[in-house]
Write a protein of this length. Structure first.
Length: 478
């Protein structure tokens, strides 16, 4: 338990009348050694001392309330209270004269009574903002939402902001954000993802859904970083890993280091070394099996509807034949949101082999469009040895769409895709390359903005001019 947590616990016990002599000694020692904690105590008196008096409906009740508070104050607390009172502003002459009759210690007791009168509600308000800052948002793109500081929701979180414990949400297919802890550990969420971060005795993350890539520095002995998903518990000492979490399964891929994985449905435990992956799922016969991360491959074909991340599945005669229709998604500022119409597919979730993007690669897209419009096509990529590598975009205009729609048969060359955040590419080319060539494909999406063009995707295929890829050195080292 750190100093802030000890202070809050002791301070709350003090206000509730449950702090003994030993506890008061600890509280005094904490405050004497930390000017910031002393200011916190002073601010609490300053903000709420009058509210406590107002809450009492008569002078006699106020005096009884103060007397009861005085009776429980330890005898040796005078120095602590005098220190706190030095930080309080002076009262008006009339009120000061009235309070002076009670003496210095009596003044503080009245202030303490005000705080005691508010208890739980005031406690929450006072300390909602004292959560230690544990991570900084270093890079981001697209709409993010941060919930922290006692439940405060922030929609305009920006790179450079320091954050305490809380939840970051990546709200759209083209959204992502990277958090860096004080020890250099980096965690990136991408697509529609929700991650809660906490750091008390150890780092603890809760990936409720979505995609997380992480590069974790070596952690202190006995204090592994913990990652929780709906189906798994992961213990990480220091490693590079990628996690794709859904409600019924979690896919863990380890690029470096070692991760201990526990499948929550049956309690089974396995250790996943570098260059391997495992799936933790629910179900009566769910079994975790470690497999080596094979590959890479340079060809990929969608498997619908299994690869669906976002969109409405339209089947033909209740069979597996059909297409994925774009679905609405709100993007950006919640006060003035922009409507997107999105289809999104996972490339990595259902496959044991990574898909490598090589020079000459092209995407073949088949489907249907019902009305004219500009369509954006996007990729999410990762580095071969793990870690988020950025998103890439290309757009195409469809103008000659007649009433009744038009069949799509599109070819997009990999070299046509540009970085979503070109400024980051200029500043950090090692982390965010200018080209997707040489990166792994994680997911694929397309969308229209504001107007529903009635996109239906029946198949997406990644084709290459080469038969076998030239295996990068990074793969041979896994």
């Amino acid at each position: 338990m750190n100093a802030d947590e000890q202070f809050i616990e002791l301070w709350n016990d003090y206000l509730e009348g449950e702090l003994d002599e030993a506890g008061m000694a600890k509280l005094q020692a904490l405050v004497a050694g930390d000017e910031r904690l002393l200011r916190m105590a002073a601010d609490s008196y300053q903000m709420h001392r009058m509210l406590g008096l107002i809450a009492q409906d008569s002078t006699s009740r106020q005096e009884d309330f103060v007397r009861e508070t005085m009776d429980r104050l330890p005898a040796d607390d005078a120095h602590f209270i005098e220190e706190v009172m030095q930080h309080l502003p002076h009262q008006s002459p009339r009120k000061y004269a009235e309070r002076r009759k009670l003496g210095a210690k009596w003044q503080v007791a009245v202030a303490a009574a005000a705080v005691v009168g508010l208890l739980a509600g005031v406690y929450f308000l006072l300390f909602a903002n004292v959560e230690p800052e544990i991570a900084r948002l270093t890079e981001s793109s697209g709409p993010l939402r941060w919930t922290g500081n006692g439940g405060r929701v922030t929609h305009d979180i920006e790179a450079g902001n320091w954050l305490g414990g809380g939840t970051i949400e990546s709200l759209s297919t083209d959204s992502w954000g990277t958090l860096e802890f004080r020890d250099g550990s980096r965690v990136t969420v991408s697509g529609q993802s929700m991650l809660t971060i906490s750091e008390h005795d150890q780092k603890e993350l809760f990936l409720r859904e979505g995609i997380m890539s992480a590069s974790i520095s070596t952690q202190p002995h006995g204090r592994h970083m913990l990652v929780h998903t709906p189906t798994a518990r992961l213990e990480v000492l220091g490693t590079r890993l990628d996690v794709d979490a859904g409600l019924t399964s979690t896919v863990l891929r380890v690029s470096d280091g070692l991760v201990r994985a526990t499948q929550l449905s049956d309690g089974s435990v396995t250790e996943v070394p570098a260059g391997h992956q495992v799936v933790a799922s629910v179900g009566r016969h769910a079994e975790m099996k470690i497999t080596r991360s094979l590959g890479p491959v340079v060809r990929w074909r969608s498997n619908l509807p299994a690869d669906r991340l976002y969109g409405d599945w339209l089947s033909v005669l209740d069979s597996s034949i059909g297409g994925l229709r774009n679905a609405p998604m709100l993007w950006g500022d919640p006060d003035e949101p922009i409507m997107l119409y999105v289809v999104s597919l996972s490339v990595s979730r259902n496959r044991p082999t990574p898909v490598l993007l090589t020079s000459g690669t092209r995407f073949l897209i088949r489907g249907r469009i019902e009305s004219p419009g500009k369509v954006y096509f996007g990729l999410t990529t990762k580095h071969v040895k793990g870690g988020f590598a950025g998103k890439f975009l290309v757009e195409r205009n469809f103008e000659d769409v007649l009433k009744g729609g038009k069949l799509l048969d599109i070819e997009l060359h990999l070299e046509d895709f540009r970085p979503q955040e070109e400024e980051l590419t200029e500043k950090q080319p090692d982390l965010f390359p200018a080209s997707p060539v040489g990166l792994e494909l994680f997911d694929w999406w397309c969308c229209t903005v504001k107007e529903d063009a009635g996109l239906v995707i029946t198949q997406v295929e990644l084709d290459a001019d080469i038969v076998e890829p030239s295996v990068p050195l990074d793969y041979r080292q896994l």
